[in-house]
Structure formats: structure tokens, C-alpha cells
Design a protein around this ligand. Structure first.
Ligand SMILES: Cc1ncc(COP(=O)(O)O)c(C=O)c1O
Length: 451
């Protein structure tokens, strides 16, 4: 008893008793955060940080938003929980508001609590709907992330799937080469390539014969803010329609104004059959996700069982956050702010590429950007790969993020790139001050090349 108490005194229960996700546990020494307001958050020593990545690209409305906080509080007092088979005011309210912002063909909604769950629901819905045609396979891209559970991880193309493939794999999931022009899988150049990646998708669909759906991030998120070339999504929509394949748009990261449209598919006027979203739907004030389907799919379930559900589907507290968040996006003209700042944003990113020898490419749309670091611009050699991460080797992006944190700026890093995606309420001065620190931090990767 005594020794247990002594142990507790010395130990930090966060580190001792909880997991750091997607990482080895041994060197975890997290900064303790005690407060957050607007585009800043503060640690237990009182130091504040400019949030240049909206945490996990989700705090779109910044921190400490009173309207959303009060909406959750009021809902907690009124009705904190009721089984999902009941109707509630808040469910009516949010479902009505979503109709005003989603692509107009998406009229029926399933509420979950994470992007992962939204995609799990999408896979099941697509397969249930396509069962009559004996189609069950789902195509996704090699540079994608769609979630961490059995199905959604099988959709995922990036190294996180490989980490668990040996004990976690399932059948019916295929990957294809993505429309990633900087690292073209076919070593071709747009537009002379005639979008060989599209031909490959069409070829796969026709030769497999039983493809139920293809799931895409309309703009690839974590894996580098990869924007498809002009014409790609239009043609993909045509191919899926001609071959009776459902198109699922995973807008978990790109939804809710991040790219300068309510949803990224709007840039190309594409109407997916199913759209999934999460993160920005509540500005990350509460865990909510959405799987939205069109009328043909919703009609199908009038006479077929919707074989899916969760205890916390349409949870009132979480819906209360979404209701207030949607009002905030509209009343604060968030789209306008994103569109206005996107020129400054892409301008500052381009300056980084011009100034720093270690920056191979920058890409952005709206307030969603990536800085890709290379050892050698000609060969586009990354500083680090997924193998380095798996083996626990030091990563250059972590050195850059550490420097940025020391200088009061938070950045979300990946393998050889980092994501710049500040809260969408940010102003010009704040944005410039964040970029100034990033500019300084990139001397670290430049130095590695000169040595
Ligand atoms: C495109 C995309 N889909 C799905 C997910 C999974 O969402 P969650 O982490 O909420 O389960 C993510 C998470 O980053 C994502 O970026």
C-alpha cells in the first residue's frame, strides 16, 4: 500500500497510465496545456503558443468560443442524453442546418463520433447498397488516411496500415496510385500525362468487376495537402457513374471551410454519393462525425434494414456543439476570411520555397497548406521516410517543430512535411507572425543540406 502511494507521487498518470497514439511510448514527455483562447493555447508555465495547425487540423473556429461552449452547457441542462431512436429539438436543428451547407444531393445523415466511424459507416452503407449487384470491393489511394479501425484502416494507404497489416488485414480493399503530381507514381508530367492515374483507376474498376465504391480525400490531408490536377475529379465522377461505382468523398479534414469552400468537392462542383466529415463540424469542441448519403441510397434503406448504429449516435451534447459551430461559420463569415487570407497564405508558402533550399514543394488551398522538405530538389529525396519513423530514428520535421514550439508556434508534422492549417478565425498579423517563425525554423533543414 505504502509503496503504491509513493509510486503515484512520483509518476505522471498521463504518461504512466495512458497511451500516446501512433508512437513508441518510451520518450513521451508531453507539454501540459492548461488554457486556450482564439488562435493561442497556453502551457502550465504560462507560455502561449500560436496554433498554426488547428491542433489536428480540427480547431477551425479557434479555442474558447463562448457561443459553442454555452450551447453545450445549455443542452447539458436541458437534455444531456436520450437514446438515438427518439427525436430531439437539437437533432432537428442540426439536421436542418446541415442541409444548408452540404452539397444539396446529400439528404440523409448518420451521426458518429469520429472520422473513423464516419468512414466505417460509409463502407458498410456502400456495401449494403451494392449487395444487390454483388459488388463489395472498395478502392482507395495509396497516399490516404481514412481512420484507425479495422475497415477504415484497410482503406488507409499510408504507413499506418502497414504497421498493423500482419494481424489486421481484411479482404475487399484495393489501393490505386493517387493523382499526386509532385511525386507522380507514373513519372509523368501534367497535362502531357493525360492523367494516366485516371486510366489506371478505370482499368482497375473494369477488370475487378465488383467494385462497390471508391473513397477519396478530394484534397489529400495528412499525407501532404495534395490537390488533384484540374479535370481529375470531374473525370473520376464520370468514370464512377459510367461503371456504377459509388463515389465517397472523405471530407473529415477538408470539410467546414478549411479549403475556402464549405466542402472541398465544391471547388470542382462534384456531387459524391456519400460524404463523410468530422473535425470542423463542431470546430473540435465535441466529438461528432457525419456520414451523409444521397436520395437513391436513403430510399434503399426504406425497405432494407440499416444495419448500423451506436449508443451515442446523434448525442445531444455533441449536436449542440455542431449547431453553434455552424452558426459561427456563417455569422463570422469564415469562408470570406479564408478566401481573403488564402493569397497571403499561399504567398508566404511560396516565399519559403524560394528562400529555403530544403523546401522541395509547397501546396495550399484555402488555409490548408503543406511544406515538403527534401534533401535534394532534383531527385525530390525526402529527409525521412516511414521506415525512419517506424524505427524511431530522429526526424527533421520534429526538429523544426521543436524550434517552432520554443519560439511559440505549434506545427503538426508528418514524415518529411508539415501541415500549416491555422484556425480559420486567424488574422493577417497572426498569420504573418506564425510564418516568420516557420521561416526561421527552416534554417535547420537548410543547414543539414549544407553540411
Ligand atoms: C481524411 C481523414 N479521414 C479520416 C480521419 C479519421 O478521423 P478520426 O481521427 O476523427 O477518427 C482523419 C483523421 O485525421 C482524416 O484526416
Amino acid at each position: 500500500m505504502e509503496s503504491y502511494e509513493i509510486n503515484l507521487k512520483n509518476a505522471n498518470p498521463t504518461i504512466e497510465n495512458t497511451f500516446l497514439t501512433w508512437n513508441m511510448q518510451k520518450n513521451w514527455n508531453p507539454i501540459k496545456i492548461t488554457d486556450a483562447n482564439g488562435v493561442y493555447f497556453t502551457d502550465s508555465y504560462g507560455k502561449s503558443y500560436l496554433d498554426m495547425s488547428s491542433q489536428l487540423m480540427c480547431s477551425n473556429l479557434g479555442h474558447g468560443n463562448k457561443r459553442i461552449i454555452n450551447s453545450i452547457k445549455n443542452q447539458a441542462e436541458k437534455l444531456a442524453f436520450i437514446a438515438p431512436s427518439f427525436d430531439t429539438d437539437i437533432r432537428e436543428e442540426v439536421s436542418g442546418k446541415l442541409r444548408t451547407v452540404l452539397p444539396d444531393n446529400l439528404t440523409k445523415y448518420f451521426y458518429g463520433t469520429s472520422g473513423t466511424e464516419a468512414n466505417e459507416a460509409a463502407i458498410k452503407i456502400a456495401r449494403m447498397y451494392m449487395a444487390k449487384e454483388h459488388k463489395n470491393k472498395i478502392i482507395s489511394f495509396y497516399n490516404s488516411y481514412h481512420g484507425s479501425t479495422l475497415g477504415s484502416l484497410q482503406l488507409t494507404g499510408d504507413y499506418r496500415r502497414k504497421l498493423t497489416d500482419s494481424y489486421h488485414s481484411a479482404s475487399g480493399f484495393l489501393k490505386v496510385a493517387p493523382p499526386s503530381c509532385y511525386h507522380c507514381p507514373f513519372n509523368l508530367k501534367y497535362p502531357e500525362c493525360n492523367m494516366a492515374c485516371l486510366n489506371n483507376i478505370e482499368y482497375t474498376i473494369k477488370n475487378e468487376g465488383n467494385i462497390a465504391a471508391i473513397i477519396i480525400e478530394p484534397v489529400t490531408g495528412t499525407n501532404g495537402v495534395v490537390i488533384p490536377p484540374e479535370g481529375f475529379l470531374h473525370e473520376l465522377r464520370r468514370i464512377t457513374e459510367e461503371n456504377n461505382v459509388l463515389l465517397i468523398a472523405d471530407e473529415v479534414m477538408t470539410g467546414f471551410c478549411r479549403t475556402g469552400e464549405w466542402f472541398a468537392v465544391n471547388h470542382w462542383k462534384i456531387k459524391p454519393d456519400i460524404l463523410t466529415t468530422a473535425k470542423g463540424i463542431t470546430g473540435a469542441y465535441a466529438p461528432l462525425s457525419l456520414t451523409a448519403v444521397d436520395k437513391k441510397i436513403s430510399d434503399f434503406f426504406n425497405d432494407n434494414i440499416f444495419a448500423h448504429g451506436h449508443t451515442y449516435e446523434a448525442h445531444p451534447l455533441v449536436l449542440a456543439a455542431a449547431s453553434a459551430a455552424i452558426d459561427e461559420y456563417k455569422d463570422k463569415n469564415i469562408l470570406e476570411n479564408v478566401r481573403k487570407l488564402s493569397k497571403l497564405f499561399s504567398g508566404r508558402l511560396n516565399e519559403l520555397r524560394e528562400k529555403h533550399i530544403s523546401v522541395g514543394d509547397v501546396r495550399s488551398i484555402g488555409l490548408f497548406g503543406a511544406v515538403e522538405l527534401v534533401k535534394d530538389r532534383n531527385n525530390k529525396t525526402p529527409f525521412n521516410t516511414s521506415d525512419d519513423k517506424i524505427e524511431g530514428k530522429p526526424m527533421i520535421v520534429n526538429k523544426i517543430a521543436k524550434y517552432a514550439m520554443e519560439h511559440g508556434v505549434y506545427l503538426n508534422t508528418w514524415l518529411s512535411h508539415f501541415i500549416v492549417a491555422p484556425p480559420l478565425i486567424i488574422n493577417e498579423d497572426e498569420l504573418n507572425s506564425g510564418f516568420d517563425v516557420i521561416d526561421d525554423a527552416l534554417k535547420i533543414s537548410d543547414m543539414e543540406i549544407k553540411i
